[in-house]
Design a protein around this ligand. Sequence first.
Ligand SMILES: Cc1cc2nc3c(=O)[nH]c(=O)nc-3n(C[C@H](O)[C@H](O)[C@H](O)COP(=O)(O)O)c2cc1C
Ligand code: SF4
Ligand code: SF4
Length: 277
Amino acid sequence: MTIKEIHLITFSPTHTSRQVGEAIVRGLDIKEVNVIDLTRPCDIQQELPADALAVITVPVYGGHIAPLALKRMQDIRANHTPAVIGVVYGNRAYEHALQELDSFVSALGFQVIAGGTFIGEHSYSTSQYPIAAGRPDEDDLAYAELFGRKVRTKIENATDREHLYGVDVKRIQRPHQPFFALLRFLRRVMKFRKSGGVIPRTPQTDADLCTHCGACVKHCPTEAIALGDECHTNADLCIRCCACVKGCPQKARTFDTPFSAMLSECFQRPKENRIIL
Ligand SMILES: Cc1cc2nc3c(=O)[nH]c(=O)nc-3n(C[C@H](O)[C@H](O)[C@H](O)COP(=O)(O)O)c2cc1C
Ligand code: SF4
Ligand code: SF4
């Protein structure tokens, strides 16, 4: 069977999920591509047809799918539309996020025919405390593109829609996680909690460096920063995605969380991307 069009659905404050989604789409090599970007405030109410294919890539926050991604996806409907799903995480763990995404999009009417777990630079990565810095790199994107090509072959080999089978994402192989690194991380988190340490609720802005260019306002997915008042962040809206930190050309914004050091030290070994189809 053939697919006429692709809908790339993504939520990606620091662009790694979007890059992975775009690489999968390149591998699928279908000319008609519609991008549904849920990163900025939006109200998408769309029904996708059965002869389309959705590629859905979203980040992992705290072992779950970023809640705002699900919220902004909730009014999309599918008509038994096949979907390729991918979760992107910062080299710690994705826990149950892939299953969660599978259940969520299945309830919207999609049929998941392939899934993947991919590594992206951690939102809390800094030059002092790098965590999966620079990922997805060239090899990661080539892997995602190859995944897209494999999905295309799966679709072409199906004689008709009835024979394009779903996949059980629970059966995906998990990446190797060294036990002692995990233990060290859990101990450090417990020690931090016991010491009464506080995690900042928002990034901070250095007023001496800020030129009020407004880039952070443009990058923020929740309108937590107002134009002209860039040194202030609305803590009730901020989801700590670090889009403003990574998108500030003056490096005026920083998010000083103790998790940067903990994650950098305990999850140094690069994890592998995984796919199932
Ligand atoms: C609030 C928050 C929680 C996160 N939780 C996790 C996590 O549980 N495991 C992990 O490996 N990475 C975690 N990350 C890192 C992101 O999953 C990772 O950086 C991802 O590539 C970001 O996607 P984006 O570039 O599309 O925004 C978290 C990031 C944020 C901002
Ligand atoms: S992006 Fe940086 S320099 Fe520009 S307004 Fe925001 S904090 Fe200021
Ligand atoms: S202000 Fe908060 S929500 Fe907005 S981009 Fe920065 S970290 Fe993300």
